[in-house]
Design a protein around this ligand. Structure first.
Ligand SMILES: [Zn+2]
Length: 288
């Protein structure tokens, strides 16, 4: 469930073809429990906005079973940068993001810290993190991605959900690139991320499509990154901050520039860094 390239080369409009009403279910805002108000109809899906907190999400959306079928498809990765040649423009961009993101992380939590990547895909970022000196470990839902990361790159990757990780050791850096928009419950997910962070100096790092970006605002229902099967939550810097706070995290940096190396060429995405909020009331927390 890792990085799908957020660009016009992706699944595109009309990707809803092939799903029926039996594959979808309505959901409510993960923060407020409210049903959303319609923004765009993309039958059998709809993009909606919470009337209370303004979080944007897909409802109806694919059921958990239908979603797992999607991620189990070997073809899920076929239209992504991973299927293309090493020197393609997309792969060069991928390497630029990797280097830029590693530089962002290393400036705050340098190697040999423990780095956990959730949604590690084929393992390209994880391998680069390991080669930079991090103690790198991954979690990935796609069996195709896990097999590649383990067998070709020799990486330590758990195949499954974060909550089912049999080896839930703390990590000094927890990163999840282009993943939060895919998870069934982002509040539960970020809360689990917070629990995995090793202490007050640990760092979380993520990227997501930005619903506040110019392409999202200008293209509306034709925005190429809507992809309502896969992108079931949409964030702005503001809604991301609210969500993070509810999970015990404070966003310390947001990168939206498409010329920043960690976000290179991405007109409609953001990269964010977060720290644990102090005085976390969670039992067993490391609050001082
Ligand atoms: Zn809400």
């Amino acid at each position: 469930m890792s990085a799908t390239p957020d660009g016009p080369t992706g699944a595109g409009h009309g990707a809803a073809a092939g799903w029926s009403a039996a594959d979808v279910e309505p959901v409510v805002c993960c923060l407020c429990g409210e049903p959303g108000a319609p923004l765009y109809e993309q039958a059998p899906f709809a993009v909606v906005r919470c009337p209370r907190c303004a979080l944007v999400f897909v409802s109806p959306r694919l059921t958990a079973e239908a979603l797992q079928r999607l991620y189990d498809e070997p073809a899920y990765f076929d239209d992504t940068v991973y299927g293309t040649s090493r020197w393609s423009p997309a792969m060069l961009l991928q390497r630029t993001w990797t280097a830029g993101r590693l530089a962002l992380l290393a400036a705050q939590v340098p190697p040999p810290a423990r780095l956990l990547e959730i949604g590690s895909g084929y393992g390209h970022f994880l391998a680069a993190a390991r080669d930079a000196g991090y103690q790198a470990r991954g979690i990935e839902l796609s069996r195709t991605g896990v097999a590649h990361a383990r067998d070709r790159l020799g990486l330590d990757v758990f195949a499954g959900q974060l909550a089912d990780d049999p080896n839930p050791e703390p990590a000094d850096v927890v990163c999840f690139w282009d993943t939060l928009e895919h998870v069934p419950d982002p509040l539960a997910f970020l809360t689990q991320v917070r629990q995995r962070m090793s202490g007050p100096d640990a760092l979380a790092a993520l990227s997501v499509p930005s619903f506040a970006s110019l392409p999202a605002r200008a293209l509306r229902s034709r925005w190429w990154t809507l992809k309502p099967e896969q992108h079931i939550w949409h964030f702005t810097p503001d809604t991301l901050r609210v969500l993070a706070a509810r999970a015990g995290l404070v966003i310390t940096r947001v990168v939206t520039s498409p010329v920043a190396p960690g976000n290179a060429g991405r007109l409609d995405s953001l990269v964010a860094l977060a720290r644990p909020l102090p005085d976390d009331p969670a039992p067993g927390g490391e609050a001082r």
